[in-house]
Design a protein around this ligand. Structure first.
Ligand SMILES: *Cc1c(COP(=O)(O)O)cnc(C)c1O
Length: 350
């Protein structure tokens, strides 16, 4: 027997959404990737960084990603000392747990939301407490004073799509004795964000990613915004060269092209609203969404049956076996053409 830590030996490990090997033959709507290519400026920047013979790759990248902190800081209205770059926002979520929750200490989050928080806590040996949602989209039984070390709030919520009102998030910041991490993965598709709360409350952290709205899931780029003391702590923990050279080049170009980002998000939101109304017209229940996905349930409330029907037609969506979610499906928003094909298939499946 190898001498593994007990919690690692007994944990199941996170299962990411399926990535089919023959990707071109699928309509892939299962992991909230963006259907559009990234900004042309991103491709240009990567090629330029690579150079004719790739010799730049001999040299380590900037350890601090300082330039990117400046660009992101300017974009969001913060001094660069309030920003840290990450190899996907998953990296910074992990480091937040490592910085704030010791073995045996508690982290909390809403269920349903992003179950990866639980996996990260398990690795750390931290304990997990989950909270349900009420009918009016508030956290059920959230204590007047929550004393877990970190509370993760996914807003807009994934997989459901609703965002929490800013006033409610502000109230939670006051009720959390530990850190309140706002996972704003989908904020670029939403009507608002909570960046102001980072300035107002020392326990608030915001995480963002370039995976979804910037069409760069394959580059692994994320960031966090928080007080400089928090950023300094996260800086001690991260891999010192966490962003490679090509990722740094891509990130700078992507963040600078806000016109492309806005156009892309506008297209996806328009397709999302069209698809939602078409599904409602055929009897589906559709939760209003501020993300690039919809949580929908068919009239017969048998999500798995529709999942299977779509799978046979080479359309991949997400079905969760969790009893709270099994009646429905989470469908990422693809191009208008992909969603027209998906709608046709859904009607055919009946
Ligand atoms: C996709 C997703 C992430 C992970 O983003 P990466 O930057 O690709 O690591 C984090 N949180 C939520 C809620 C997500 O949906």
């Amino acid at each position: 027997m190898i001498p593994l830590r007990q919690n690692i030996a007994s944990m199941a490990g996170y299962v990411p959404g399926y990535q089919p090997p023959d990707i071109a033959s699928w309509i892939k709507l299962n992991t909230n990737e963006n259907p559009y290519p990234p900004s042309p400026a991103v491709v240009k920047a990567i090629l330029q960084e690579l150079g004719p013979d790739g010799s730049s790759l001999r040299i380590y990248p900037s350890a601090s990603s300082q330039k990117l902190r400046e660009i992101a800081g300017e974009l969001y209205g913060f001094d660069p000392s309030w920003v840290i770059m990450a190899n996907g926002s998953d990296e910074v979520l992990n480091n937040l747990i490592r910085a704030f929750a010791a073995e045996g200490e508690e982290i909390g989050f809403v269920h349903p939301s992003y179950s990866y928080y639980a996996t990260l806590a398990e690795v750390q040996g931290a304990t997990v407490r989950t909270f349900g949602l009420t009918e009016d989209f508030r956290i059920a039984d959230f204590p007047e004073r929550y004393d877990g070390k970190v509370f993760f709030l996914t807003t807009p919520n994934a997989p459901l799509g609703s965002a929490f009102p800013l006033a409610y998030i502000e109230e939670l910041a006051g009720r959390c004795a530990g850190m309140l991490v706002l996972d704003e993965t989908y904020a670029d598709f939403a009507e608002g964000n909570a960046l102001d709360l980072v300035r107002k409350y020392e326990n608030v952290v915001i995480t963002r990613t370039l995976s979804k709205s910037y069409c760069l899931a394959g580059m692994r780029l994320g960031l966090a915004i928080a007080r400089p003391e928090v950023i300094a702590a996260l800086d001690k923990i991260r891999d010192h060269y966490n962003l490679d050279r090509l990722a740094q080049a891509a990130c700078g170009a992507a963040l600078r092209d806000q016109t492309y980002l806005r156009d892309c998000c506008r297209k996806i939101c328009a397709t999302r609203e069209w698809f939602a109304s078409e599904l409602r017209a055929v009897g589906y229940t559709v939760i209003p969404s501020q993300g690039n996905y919809l949580f929908v349930s068919p009239p017969g409330r048998n999500g798995k049956r529709v999942y299977d029907g779509l799978y046979e037609r080479k359309i991949l969506v997400r079905h969760f076996s969790d009893p709270l979610l099994a009646h429905g499906l989470r469908i990422s928003i693809g191009t208008q053409e992909e969603m027209e094909k998906t709608l046709k298939a859904i009607i055919e499946i009946g």
